[in-house]
Ligand binder design. Sequence first.
Ligand code: 16G
Ligand code: MG
Length: 522
Amino acid sequence: MKEEQSSLLLKSSSLFPPPQGVKLSYGTAGFRADASILKSAVYRVGILAALRSLKTQSVVGVMITASHNKVTDNGVKIVDPSGGMLSQEWEPFADQLVNAQTPETLLSGISSIFGAIALDLGILTTPQLHWMVHARNKGMKATEPAYFEQISSSFRCLIDLIPNGTKVNKLDNRVVVDGADGVGGEKLLVLKNMLTDLVIEVRNSGKDGGLLNDGVGADYVQKEKVVPRGFGSNDVGKRCASLDGDADRLVYFSVPSNSSSKIDLVDGDKILSLFALFIKEQLNILTREGNKKSNNNFQAHLGVVQTAYANGASTDYLKQLGLEVIFTPTGVKHLHEKAAQFDIGIYFEANGHGTILFSESFLSWLEARNNELALVSEGSEQQKAALRLLSVSKLINQAVGDALSCLLLVEAILQHMDWSIHKWNELYQDLPSRQLKVKVVDRTAVVTTNAETVAVTPPGIQEAIDAETAKYPRGRCFIRPSGTEDVVRVYAEASTQEAADSLANSVAKLVDQFLGFGSSAQ
Ligand code: 16G
Ligand code: MG
């Protein structure tokens, strides 16, 4: 590095000294902390992003967002050239860079960052940034209007392909969306005007001064199972949805009665199930009997990826459909990586983050098959199925889970099936579950394996959990250290709510006995 460049870097980095006594870690999805101590991390992530861009000779992204957390709690993360999460190989480097205590140590290891160009894309949802990085590196138009145009036009294609009989009965094309008082609500106000076959009512759009993620948003709705602010007895029976603050999570819900604030939740697992059902149906049409004569047939490998938090009833349902279900540890980077190994990989976390990935080779085959069908049987069911799959691949974000594009896909599929939210919710019935968190002395003492379903350490804890779980019909329980909070999380599932609560409580006690402050004080 040239002398004047390094002195410039020394000077500017001393403007953003790292907080004393705090060690930040890249964690599940970027550096997260109270905004007051994050300045130096943001500065250094800028340097890291520049290095990543130069190393890969591609465009990368930097996102600052509170996501689903309270407004003072911020995060900063890098979007890789593929549009996905930062390569996990670079995470240790990110940790070193962000925790270097002096500007001099920061300098060592950085050979050259000059030459990188920073573009301020303004305020976007997290998935919009991922989409733009992906598009830009593929040489495609990477602007916000191009994003809106792509998702709204592919939505229109899906609606145009709805079988005629269904269209006549179509009554219910209205959805009410809670924007979490975040950026997603604001963007949805733009998107809704580009749609003719769907009426979107946006609440908590952030325009009326509501506080981000405060009693609103996908995380609140999914965890508390009550209506978000601004929803209530007037909404009984309506199809409602909630985004999180940066619009990478989506859950649906309905208000069953006007006597309480409780909701019927339709979570990420059910969105996944709806998507899987639709995709499987289209693949079946495309490759069914009578179509075999084609010398251009292809048995697409369809896979589904979940985490241990997926409701057991959803996994049973997906397996009943004959689908291959794979589990990974929590965190989008893990699910995404696995889903990318299929021709069509569908992944979702129960919290509403997920998408559908199409492999390049499957898409080229699909394009070719569609062209072939257009020649020999234009307008046939097979060709429509091919077109629907192509439209889904354009609508659904290929870089990361995207609440806006998932919302449009859910709406298109519900219209296609002529299903109400109730019909959709009845695909299967969730097993009652309970989540708890336990403060412990050192959460890293819990090490898990088998996609977080088995605790390897501390010794003996898994046997104790197993013994407790065996007492409950349909009991399932696991513990894991949170990647975003200083706690150990407990998840329990059983045939009744009382049983799930009781199992979770017993296992939380075990965690406290093995790792908690109680045991350490003894
Ligand atoms: C982050 C992850 C989310 C995961 C959650 C788990 C991304 C973009 N977000 O929000 O996928 O479910 O962390 O939090 O990867 P926990 O480790 O505290 O339970
Ligand atoms: Mg988020």
